[in-house]
Design a binder for this molecule. Structure first.
Ligand code: SAM
Length: 351
């Protein structure tokens, strides 16, 4: 699946920016250069769970969608979307979502929440990250060892154990993101490796220790509640990789396409993850259902890099210092696009 293959471009090394997409020939304005595949992992935030179709991501101005799967808590815009979701998710997947829904509901009723963010919280370094995931592995092993569940469904003992895991701090959105990636891994392990493990990864993707804690606890929770047949894909390696790729590669799922007002979730689309950012992009993108379409917004010459903008709305009007600061804070890189290099040099020369 990745890097993407096309007769319009190829993926090449770009000085100071890893890999990027270079036009293999002249491309005229408005030409579509890529249609992505659906995400390999995604989440629709819990607050939108009644308003966004779980299959095609349709959002109808905040209206509650009419087709509801009560067992999983998911909603759909139509019976056919629900059917496609079921086929795509499979019976084991549906059961995993069902168990998770049940546990999250139990947690909300018991009033347990994931705790506040400490004011002294900091970005954990790689040693903190390794240590915390090792601990999570030990906790998960304990749950897996003691699970009496051999028939895949959670029995009473299993439910009690899973509730125990829920008691620690978790974030339903992180659990949902990890579960979607685990299910993809389980269905297509080779494709998953090829698509996900080749993406740019962030070794220290957690903005705070609270965030790291929430990821590790979410993994433990999934290990305690997942149908046994899916446990082979619910591993620290898979969950760490999902966290590591999301901070460098996730696309926001917004209402109305790219800059829509509602930020409803995010997803990882491997074939679309090779576009670098430019503060003067030559490629635009639009979400069409659960995939993305990319097209060139001006004539592009052979050898030019094809870039999208990672900035949204008004951020495009910021000055070079503000843009670089923002991209560094959110994406973790210093923008080296031609516009930033030129404007950065001009502001230095000007004193
Ligand atoms: C979605 S990936 C793009 C593909 C990536 N270059 C790769 O090698 O896989 C995003 C990452 O690419 C790099 N990147 C993208 N645009 C850049 C830019 N304008 N300047 C410097 N680095 C950039 C950053 O490391 C960023 O986190």
């Amino acid at each position: 699946m990745s890097p993407p293959a096309s007769d319009l471009f190829s993926v090449k090394t770009i000085p100071g920016a890893g890999r990027g997409i270079i036009a293999s020939r002249d491309i005229s304005e408005d030409t579509t250069v890529l249609n992505s595949e659906p995400p390999v992992a995604h989440v629709l935030f819990r607050e939108y769970r009644k308003e966004v179709c779980a299959h095609c991501f349709l959002y109808d101005r905040g209206r509650t969608l009419r087709v509801k799967d009560h067992d999983t808590g998911k909603v759909f815009c139509s019976a056919s979307c629900q059917q496609e979701w079921l086929v795509h998710t499979g019976e084991q997947g549906r059961r995993a979502w069902q168990d998770l829904h049940h546990l999250i509901q139990t947690k909300s009723k018991s009033g347990k929440n994931s705790g506040g963010i400490s004011l002294t919280d900091h970005r954990p370094d790689i040693e903190d990250v390794d240590r915390r995931w090792e601990k999570a592995q030990g906790e998960a092993d304990e749950y897996v060892r003691t699970r009496s569940d051999t028939s895949n469904a959670l029995d009473d003992t299993g439910r009690k154990q899973a509730k125990g895991a829920v008691a620690s701090s978790t974030d339903p959105d992180i659990v949902g993101y990890l579960l979607s990636g685990i299910l993809y891994h389980d269905q297509q392990p080779d494709r998953w490796r090829e698509a996900v493990m080749t993406l740019a990864m962030h070794d220290e993707p957690y903005a705070t220790t609270h965030d790291l804690e929430a990821h590790c606890n979410s993994f433990v929770q999934l290990s305690s509640s997942m149908p046994v047949s899916l446990l082979r894909s619910c591993t620290v390696q898979v969950c760490r990789a999902l966290a590591a790729v999301s901070s460098h590669n996730a696309f926001g799922i917004r209402s109305g396409g790219e800059d829509g007002e509602e930020y409803m979730g995010y997803g990882v689309y491997p074939s679309a993850s090779y576009f670098n950012h430019s503060c003067r992009p030559n490629v635009a993108k639009q979400r069409v259902g659960n995939v993305w379409k990319f097209w060139v917004t001006k004539d592009v010459r052979q050898g030019e890099e094809l870039c999208i903008s990672y900035l949204g709305g008004d951020e495009k009007d910021l000055n070079v210092r503000q843009r670089r600061g923002h991209l560094r804070e959110v994406w973790g890189f210093i923008c080296e696009c031609a516009r930033c290099q030129r404007e950065g040099k001009a502001s230095q020369d000007g004193g």
